[in-house]
Unconditional design. Structure first.
Length: 313
């Protein structure tokens, strides 16, 4: 008897779902509703960015308006080959990394306090969020006056001598800038992390507690893994904001004195104080590109690893 071999029929491709007229109408309505906001965003943000890029391709100094000419990418070459740019980038990264790291730790602690508060939860949350409600310039002036070498109350403390005033040195000034940044924006970090804590089921903690898990084990094995999306969002927002720091530096050390100049202060000094629109616009575009790279890093690298861990779980 001949052995008959039959091959399994190939799986038919899934039928493409037909879009109904109602779905088409809803999509059309959605685009119409979003169109005004999209147009407003293009006008408000897209046009200034495009115009700044156009200016960055020009040799345009307001002190010599008749010398305006197209120079292509020469302004970008001048900025990227300047030691001042890379020094300011390094200073900006120091402020960003140190302040965001401290804010993450303190923000997590404050979020846990607000989340676990048994009584007075409303007043506790309101009191913690007060610094975030203060205008950044006002907060910066408060820290500047506190550390002022001549009239600040911190300067009169016995532990600080006249030769060790923080605002008289670069490292001390950076410390005051970081402290002002942390004091002002830690509540924002805590607010974002508090939203992540609200998504962690209490049943998991109760089950782990019954199994004998300690508080530390429950925090690192349950709370943190489930909060990684919220932590990613908090880190993304704060890192982007910290990299563009301007107010605190401008108030505490006007003009970025004593080596505290950041990339935003550099752009302000070149664009506004010196009136060099071409070079200043090139710096602004480079800051914009740095912000995009930071966002891509957080979303693609950290976001992908977070999604993979959630999938494995």
């Amino acid at each position: 008897m001949e052995a008959a071999t039959t091959s399994a029929p190939a799986a038919a491709p899934p039928a493409k779902k037909k879009v109904t007229d109602r779905a088409k109408a809803e999509r059309k309505l959605a685009w119409m509703l979003c169109a005004p906001a999209v147009i407003a965003m293009i006008v408000v943000t897209g046009y200034p960015i495009a115009y700044a890029f156009y200016l960055s391709l020009q040799k345009f100094d307001l002190r010599f308006p008749d010398d305006k000419e197209f120079v292509g990418l020469a302004n970008y070459g001048d900025v990227l080959t300047s030691s001042t740019w890379w020094t300011d980038v390094f200073t900006t990264l120091i402020i960003t990394v140190v302040s965001v790291a401290i804010e993450l730790v303190l923000g997590m602690a404050i979020a846990l306090v607000m989340h676990r508060a048994i009584f007075g939860r409303g007043p506790v949350r309101a009191a913690i969020l007060i610094p975030y409600g203060i205008i950044t310039v006002v907060a910066a002036f408060a820290w500047k006056f506190a550390f002022d070498p001549t009239s600040g109350f911190v300067a009169g403390l016995p532990l600080i001598s006249d030769d060790a005033q923080p605002l008289n040195t670069k490292n001390g000034s950076l410390m005051v800038i970081v402290l002002a940044e942390v004091w002002k924006t830690t509540p924002f970090m805590a607010l974002l992390l508090l939203a992540g804590l609200a998504l962690v089921p209490d049943e998991l903690h109760e089950a782990a507690k019954v199994d004998g898990a300690s508080v530390t084990q429950r925090f690192f094995r349950i709370t943190l893994p489930l909060m990684k999306p919220a932590i990613l969002v908090a880190l993304l927002f704060r890192t982007l904001d910290a990299f563009r720091i301007f107010d605190n530096v401008y108030i505490i050390q006007p003009g970025g004195a004593l080596g505290t100049e950041t990339v935003s202060i550099l752009g302000y000094n070149v664009l506004i104080n010196r009136g060099n629109l071409g070079l200043g616009s090139a710096i602004s575009i480079l800051i914009f590109l740095c912000v995009i790279l930071i966002a891509v890093f957080f979303v693609r690298v950290l976001g992908t690893s977070t999604a993979q861990q959630r999938g494995e779980a």
